[in-house]
Design a protein around this ligand. Structure first.
Ligand SMILES: Nc1ncnc2c1ncn2[C@@H]1O[C@H](COP(=O)(O)OP(=O)(O)O)[C@@H](O)[C@H]1O
Ligand SMILES: [Mg+2]
Length: 265
């Protein structure tokens, strides 16, 4: 039987609890402080299931903090975070572990396990966290490696791969958990310029061919324009402007957005 190698949570009945169309992520009145620095100040926003939302804005405006809160790498000081109708914060440790399975993340620095092969990097969490058999995990991993164009690299170690290849493995590793949400934090920023396009092509393919929800921080504005349903412009921890990419990139309302875009475009 052919296995579907793409994560397709929206059409897999086992993966899609009732009611998971509509709002998938909701932050309500979320405040995050580092010491006396209030990075997010009573932030509200939500992302609907299957949508691709891009966060743009100057360095230090709080974009990574939002993704880290969703990954539970950080805890808010105030507010609530809900994913697929289940609270992620505040929540018990058990509930956090459950909700976390719905979320995958790819970082700027690929963070692969250096001592494991490419294949093992991808099969490790599905076996240990999801309880897949080794055979199932390997089959899933091979399908994903094929999708990211690295079917021949199963037995390589990360250090033997280019940055672009490592990042494509990191994307496959995130997808192997069949998350409902994929968080992408400047995933091409650490790459040599000639390696950027290959990674963005993989992400475009995922955006087009799956119904995974994507929340993406990027300075690749053409990519953002291609894949986004909605763009949120951040400044100092607040969303100062939001809208469809055609509007934000071509005819923003605010001078601040215009200035930011002219600096990065
Ligand atoms: N672990 C941390 N400790 C102290 N300050 C932090 C930490 N992480 C982020 N910050 C501060 O929070 C603000 C927002 O950072 P970040 O979310 O990384 O912004 P962005 O991703 O938009 O560049 C910055 O002022 C940054 O210095
Ligand atoms: Mg950042």
């Amino acid at each position: 039987m052919p296995t579907d190698t793409l994560p397709n949570p929206g059409t897999d009945p086992e993966k899609t609890p009732a009611g998971s169309t509509g709002e998938l992520i909701r932050l309500e009145q979320v405040t995050k402080r580092f010491g006396s620095n209030t990075v997010l100040d009573h932030l509200d926003f939500s992302v609907d299931a299957g949508k691709h939302v891009t966060l743009i804005g100057p360095s230090g405006s709080g974009k990574t903090t939002i993704l880290r809160l969703l990954m539970t790498l950080l805890k808010p000081d105030e507010g609530t975070i809900t994913v697929d109708g289940q609270q992620l914060f505040p929540a018990s440790d058990k509930q956090v572990r459950e909700v976390r399975k719905k979320i995958g993340m790819v970082f700027q620095q690929f963070n692969l396990f250096p001592n494991m092969t490419v294949l093992r990097n991808i099969t490790e969490a599905p076996v240990t966290v999801l309880g897949l058999s080794k055979d199932e995990a390997v089959e899933r991993a091979k399908g994903l490696l094929d999708m990211v164009g690295l079917a021949d690299k199963c037995d390589a170690h990360p250090a033997q791969l280019s940055g672009g290849q490592q990042q494509r493995v990191a994307i496959a590793r995130a997808l192997a958990m069949r998350p409902q949400v994929l968080l992408l934090d400047e995933v091409t920023s650490a790459l040599d310029p000639e390696l950027v396009a290959g990674v963005l092509d993989v992400l475009r393919d995922i955006a087009r061919s799956t119904d995974i929800t994507m929340l993406c921080v990027t300075h690749e504005m053409n990519f953002a324009r291609d894949i986004s349903d909605q763009v949120l412009m951040f400044d100092s921890g607040r969303i100062i402007e939001s809208g469809p990419p055609e509007k934000i990139f071509s005819d923003p309302e605010l001078d601040r957005t215009r200035e930011f875009l002219s600096a990065v475009l």
